[in-house]
Design a protein around this ligand. Structure first.
Ligand code: ADP
Ligand code: MG
Length: 696
């Protein structure tokens, strides 16, 4: 029997394959490109391309594609065959270095936010050799970055790579100050925990809302939801387990380290966590994971829902972004270490993150903002829209001691000179679990918990890396010129704690009292995408992102526009789906039921003239009232949708969506859900919450 280690990564052109298929010279120069970003010359690219093609063809591949991540949030691919005509009428399989390095897809149909004039429809894709090529559906997929004819980034990978580079540069400056000359680079790592729902395909097919929008727009609360807490970590049903086994196999073949799987809080909700890897690879792999989850689910007559809030009243799905910084020599910079010296280095990196999260709360908030995630944040199941950090009692006490020059009251009471002498050694589990914090320190990494389940993790990580790079830069600027490094270091750490302690909150983030307290502390609270997204262009944010070379001004403007456009389009599709479902399904269903009830009344009275028919009469009257109100409100909603398109800019449009369209949708839903509770099961036109949530 084949074991996992036999087929793990069998569909990946990874280091093992490269080493065996490339000459030593070619392998070494490619390795240099991957590890140190050295440029690759064409002869090397040609040799790599030939080896890749030979390997892929041998595995049954017939096509290749430049696989990229446009701003739609999903991946894009255009397949080209390897075939090329030979003089004798046969075909040979060809693939050149030029085709490997660069592609020229017609980019005019991808969102560009005005960056690309129509006469410049061409876009470029450029090979990212740091992320291995792989085979999917008989196609060799080459991970690439995607930019416009003018060189502006039109994807999520480019700014992510730039942010990793920015952080690398600044982190190395700090390490040098600590006498570390051996580290050649610092990379960020991410382990994204992915939540999802599984529903039966036959039920899904009967719900236009799931089909068009990925979430239920209607649905009364079922008799049982998640109140018994009996699903989390519960025994996994055989059908779901079959899906998970199949999924793991597919992911393992693609070299994805799928590790942990369990049931989540809501019925029909599950989670998959891989072992962490370098951020851009983790990002590519998470995109692939989401795609493959959906594909494998279909094979099991299931549908995998990645929407942030597929069901009202039960938990939605998020993605926890576990993040750390590591040197190429294997040192995790967020591990406290055993000696004061290491502690000092840990503290400065810790402070850099604290300062980054406080200074750029708005960027972190907007990096996870989508119409879908707006339903989840602050709904008592996920962190609120307010960003704060959890450090745990121990670490918070250490920071407080440093700030106030008081002895840290752990074991030995000692005045802290460098502010670090008695920093306790943290083993991973001494930090308490705090599930309610948006940004929690978990022993040797931070867990950013606000991401939505369908989000590309690229957005959150580019902002996080950028913000931390900026803190490190400011520190390095101060420390490099210091006459007395230790004193200056102490001062910098102390000042950071003083200036940024407002962002630290170890309590319950779901508590309303915290929201009030956060306001007193001056923390931002942007409840919706429409509220936060325009802040991408705030001078403070734009200046920082531009100064680190992560975005140009034009790229920022285009991104802001695309993200808001996306928000508007998403909600409008939902509103249209709602009105459609009300008019074509819900109102006719109610009429049918009312008709039946009226028939019954006539029949009853024909038998017994005095029959009161209370149930029938009251139900008919209630349903009439509800359906009239729904009819009215549907018209109103249609009117509001039209009004959003009055030619004003996208910021104004998104505000109208937030203020007029979404509240009407909520009201319309309430009416329909109430009708559902009165209507007969036989007449109700689509599967209920109970069936969807417990139907697998
Ligand atoms: P939880 O209890 O929150 O599920 P786990 O310990 O299972 O946390 O880890 C969750 C994720 O964090 C996994 O994907 C894991 O690989 C990742 N992780 C662990 N250490 C690091 C690290 N140093 N940097 C980034 N991610 C990490
Ligand atoms: Mg977690």
């Amino acid at each position: 029997m084949q074991t996992v280690s036999d087929y793990f990564s069998s569909m990946v052109f990874d280091d093992r394959v490269m080493r065996s298929m490339l000459s030593a010279d070619v392998y070494n120069s490619l390795r240099k490109t991957i590890d140190e970003g050295a440029t690759l010359d064409l002869s090397v690219a040609n040799a790599v391309a030939t080896a890749m093609k030979d390997w892929a063809v041998q595995k049954g591949a017939t096509h290749y594609t430049h696989w990229f991540q446009p701003l739609t949030g999903i991946t894009a691919e255009k397949h080209d065959g390897f075939i090329s005509p030979a003089p004798d009428g046969r075909v040979i399989m060809e693939f050149s270095g030029k085709e490997l390095i660069k592609g020229e897809p017609d980019a005019s149909s991808f969102p560009s936010g005005g960056l690309r004039a129509t006469f410049e429809a061409r876009g470029y894709t450029a090979w990212d050799p740091t992320s291995y090529a792989f085979i999917k559906d008989k196609t060799l997929c080459i991970p690439t970055a995607f930019c416009s004819y003018g060189g502006e980034a039109l994807d999520k990978k480019t700014p992510l790579l730039r942010s990793m580079e920015a952080l690398n540069k600044q982190a190395l400056r700090i390490l040098k100050l600590f006498g570390n000359d051996t580290a050649k680079c610092v990379k960020t790592s991410v382990g994204p925990e992915q939540e999802y729902f599984l529903v039966d395909k036959k039920l899904y097919d009967q719900r236009p809302d799931l089909i068009y929008t990925g979430r239920t727009l209607f649905g009364a609360k079922p008799p049982k939801g998640q109140e018994m807490d009996d699903h989390y970590f519960g025994v996994i049903k055989p059908r779901v387990l079959d899906f998970m086994h199949d999924l793991n196999d597919e992911l393992w073949k693609l070299g994805i380290l799928a590790k942990t799987q369990h049931n989540e809080v809501a019925p029909a909700q599950h989670e998959l966590a891989p072992i962490y890897s370098t951020t851009n690879i983790a990002t590519d792999q998470n995109q692939l994971t989401m795609e493959i989850m959906q594909k494998v689910a279909k094979r099991h007559d299931l549908v995998c829902l990645l929407h942030e809030k597929p069901f009202a009243g039960v938990n939605g799905s998020g993605k926890h972004n576990n993040w750390s910084m590591t040197t190429d020599t294997g040192v995790n910079l967020l591990t406290p270490g055993e000696t004061p010296y290491e502690n000092a280095q840990f503290l400065i990196f810790l402070c850099a993150v604290i300062k980054a999260v406080d200074d750029y709360q708005d960027l972190l908030r907007l990096s996870v903002a989508t119409a879908g995630n707006d339903h989840r944040l602050g709904a008592n199941e996920a962190p609120p829209a307010v960003i704060s950090m959890f450090l745990g009692e121990e670490l918070s006490a250490v920071l407080e001691a440093i700030e106030t020059d008081k002895p840290y009251s752990a074991k030995e009471k000692k005045q802290m000179k460098l502010g670090v002498d008695v920093l306790p050694k943290f083993v991973k589990d001494t930090t308490d679990r705090n599930r309610t914090s948006p940004f929690a320190f978990t022993g040797n990494k931070f867990e950013f918990r606000m991401l939505g389940s369908s989000n590309s993790i690229a957005c959150a990580n580019m902002m996080l890396n950028a913000a931390v790079a900026e803190s490190l830069k400011q520190y390095a600027d101060k420390l490099e010129g210091a006459a007395d490094f230790k004193t200056k270091l102490q001062e910098v750490i102390k000042k950071t704690i003083k200036d940024h302690k407002r962002i630290i909150f170890n309590g319950n983030g779901y508590d309303d009292e915290w929201i009030a307290e956060a306001e007193r502390r001056g923390l931002s609270n942007y409840k919706t995408t429409a509220d936060c997204m325009p802040h991408l262009l705030d001078k403070k944010n734009a200046d920082m992102l531009i100064s680190h070379g992560i975005f140009t001004k034009e790229e920022l403007e285009s991104r802001c526009e695309i993200m808001l456009e996306n928000y508007c389009k998403t909600v409008i599709i939902e509103a249209n789906t709602m009105t459609d479902m009300v008019k074509k399904q819900i109102l006719p269903a109610i009429s049918k039921y009312v008709d039946k009830l009226c028939d019954t009344v006539i029949k009853k009275k024909s038998v017994s003239q005095n029959a009161e028919c209370m149930f029938e009469t009251k139900t008919v009257s209630k349903l009439s009232t509800l359906s009239d109100a729904m009819f009215d409100m549907t018209g109103e909603l249609e009117g509001e949708v039209i009004k959003t398109k009055d030619g004003s800019d996208v910021i104004a449009e998104s505000a109208k969506i937030r203020d007029s369209v979404l509240p009407l949708m909520t009201r319309l839903r309430l009416l329909a859900d109430e009708a559902e509770t009165v209507c007969s099961k036989e007449c109700w036109p689509f599967p209920t919450y109970g069936e969807l949530l417990f139907g697998v």
